[in-house]
Design a protein around this ligand. Structure first.
Ligand code: ZN
Length: 143
């Protein structure tokens, strides 16, 4: 390169300020100006932020509490198994004939017979009546 002031070919230049102008000049011309102190401008290290460590959140799946499969109480009553035998057993225990029991319950004898044979299931009202009168349990809540 050349000295910007005298034009001499130079290998190394001096950066000087002459009349407020920064010039790259030879060592001779450098005397005319004020050498610019090379400030080693520290390379601004970009503050590399470490990648924000993701916290390993333990995600607890929110499982809703298990719903109990319970029908409404009024509809969940089902005659227990062997309700017929139970009626028969209790009836005999009470010393009643089917007809007598039917009369007590204000039901037809035929119904009692069918219930004892478990040919039909008592409707809830009848079942409750039997339970109450005979002191037995033929209805059971469905779990
Ligand atoms: Zn020069």
């Amino acid at each position: 390169m050349n000295c910007e002031l005298c034009g001499r070919v130079i290998d190394h230049y001096h950066e000087v300020i002459i009349d407020g102008v920064t010039m790259k000049v030879c060592s001779e011309c450098a005397k005319y100006g004020t050498e610019v102190k090379r400030k080693q401008v520290p390379v601004q290290r970009e503050q590399v932020q470490p990648a924000v460590q993701r916290k390993n959140f333990i995600t607890i799946p929110s499982t809703p509490p298990r719903r109990r499969l319970t029908a409404s109480p009024d509809d969940s009553d089902e005659p227990i198994v062997d309700f017929g035998k139970e009626i028969k057993r209790r009836r005999e225990e009470m010393g009643l004939s089917q007809e007598e029991l039917a009369n007590k319950l204000q039901e037809k004898k035929n119904l009692i017979a069918k219930l004892e044979r478990e040919e039909i299931k008592p409707d809830k009202q009848t079942a409750r009546k039997i339970e109450k009168f005979m002191g037995i349990k033929i209805l059971e809540k469905v779990q």
